[in-house]
Design a protein around this ligand. Structure first.
Ligand SMILES: Nc1ncnc2c1ncn2[C@@H]1O[C@H](COP(=O)(O)OP(=O)(O)O)[C@@H](O)[C@H]1O
Ligand SMILES: [Mg+2]
Length: 439
């Protein structure tokens, strides 16, 4: 992509409405614009990051054996009357009436709809287990939408749902998702800690929130200090194996959200207790037969008896993660994207656009990097060097490849790693080799 033709409306000034750094940087880097309170448009740069995050979530769900489908955003109120949540949900639910005076709503979550799909299609215990997910926009009419995409009213969520014949099966599904979440967040460069959590309006009796620690986090959390030095989950997980040991390892130390905090238990940790602010990036629930009983989602068991299925649901805040990653990874100059979610891999900076040698070298590099499969944002604008460096630092691409008139005369370019600020002068070929992984 050539920057001269790219829709990237960056801001020089700090936007007054943004209270936290991720919101400020997303506005300044031209990633989002507010459409109305808690509702955002995703501009090209932000949309790229959103899609990268979504894809990591998808790959890890698929690896864990979940199957993707897509349910609509608009749902019928009748299903929610069956579960009893139509009244319970209160003002957070955006209620809509269609032209035939039917009560509809913009889905805040999908337990009811997926349970209805299940009950209409699955008859026998032999068809279990099932693990289904979708990645779809949700709407919750939050009292206080704030912090940009972190607490929006419209937001993108990945939500999975498990169906099993008994408790043991449901726990296996829970463990699969638990492990998939550890891997998902690790791939995004995040240290997410699973913490005992309250089940809230979803209901049920086993629940964990995945929390990243950040000063700007909305909730108060408590955990054992050792979590901070836990290694991320390694490459290969056999999802057919018993995952209980992994679950036990990650839940063996104290970690709880505010609502589940046990001061007496925590006090026993002494100096090892960390109390911090956290951002909830994922939340998993086992709730047994709460919805299957209310909505009559039963299957025939081995001797023909009707058994209500055991269920769980598992959410990841896909759009919130964009802000969460920035909270975890930025400096005073701007965003520092982890490689895995960066909107482009390389920012190619032409320090003198219009200079024949610089233009030729840049065009050549641009072509070769792209041919090697890299996403390149080429700053070909006729701008001061300082402005180019500042906007590249602001949007936070992992690598900057800098081509200037003096260097290129002797075949030399500069390569900068955004995360460390380290700059190296090297030959054009060496830079290409480095970026394309050829050494
Ligand atoms: N208003 C919101 N804006 C952005 N993301 C949200 C919002 N509400 C929830 N999420 C994300 O969706 C995930 C699943 O939501 P859930 O746990 O059902 O909601 P809540 O914790 O608000 O009751 C959360 O872990 C969070 O990452
Ligand atoms: Mg939650």
């Amino acid at each position: 992509m050539k920057l001269s033709g790219y829709f990237l409306p960056t801001l020089k000034e700090h936007p007054a409405e943004a209270q936290i750094v991720s919101h400020r940087l997303m506005l300044r880097a031209g990633m989002i614009r507010q459409a109305s309170a808690g509702i955002y448009s995703w501009l090209p740069l932000g949309f790229r990051v959103l899609k990268k995050i979504e894809q990591i979530v998808r790959e890890e769900q698929d690896a864990a054996g979940a199957q993707e489908l897509l349910m609509p955003t608009i749902q019928s109120a009748d299903l929610w009357r069956e579960s009893g949540r139509y009244e319970d949900y209160g003002k957070e639910m955006l209620r809509i009436t269609d032209r035939h005076d039917r009560d509809m709503l913009y889905g805040p979550t999908n337990e009811e709809l997926i349970t209805a799909i299940f009950r209409d299609s699955v008859r026998s215990y032999r068809e279990l287990p099932r693990l289904l997910y979708h990645i779809q926009w949700k709407f919750r009419d939050e009292v206080r939408p704030r912090f940009g995409v972190m607490r929006g009213r419209e937001f993108l969520m990945k939500d999975s749902y498990s169906f099993d014949i008994d408790y043991d099966g449901a726990r296996r599904a829970y463990n699969r998702m638990f492990v998939a979440y550890l891997r998902t967040f690790a791939r995004m460069g995040l240290k997410a800690i699973p913490m005992r959590a309250d089940t809230g309006p979803i209901g049920g009796d086993l629940s964990h929130e995945f929390i990243i620690l950040a000063e700007t986090g909305e909730s108060e959390v408590f955990c054992h200090r050792d979590f901070l030095s836990f290694d991320p989950l390694g490459e290969d997980v056999d999802y057919d194996a018993d995952l209980q040991p992994v679950f036990d390892k990650w839940t063996g130390l104290y970690a709880a959200t505010d609502e589940m905090h046990d001061a007496a238990e925590a006090a026993r940790l002494g100096d090892a207790l960390v109390s911090a602010r956290g951002i909830e990036v994922g939340h998993i629930f086992y709730f047994g037969t709460k919805y299957s009983k209310a909505m009559n989602a039963v299957v025939a068991g081995p001797s023909g008896e009707e058994i209500p299925v055991e269920m769980g649901s598992y959410g990841i805040g896909v759009s919130r993660l964009v802000g969460g990653i920035i909270e975890a990874s930025h400096d005073e100059s701007g965003i520092i994207w982890p490689d895995s979610v960066a909107p482009f891999d390389v920012g190619l900076i032409n320090l003198r656009a219009g200079d024949a040698e610089c233009d030729t070298a840049c065009n050549d590099l641009y072509g070769k990097l792209r041919a090697a499969g890299l996403d390149v944002l080429y700053d070909d604008r006729d701008e001061r060097a300082g402005a180019k460096f500042a906007s590249m630092d602001l949007i936070g691409l992992p690598w900057q490849l800098i081509v200037g008139p003096r260097g290129i005369k002797s075949g030399v370019v500069e390569l900068k790693r955004r995360a460390t600020g380290e700059r190296d002068e090297l030959s054009v070929d060496a830079a290409l080799g480095w970026l394309t992984g050829g050494g």
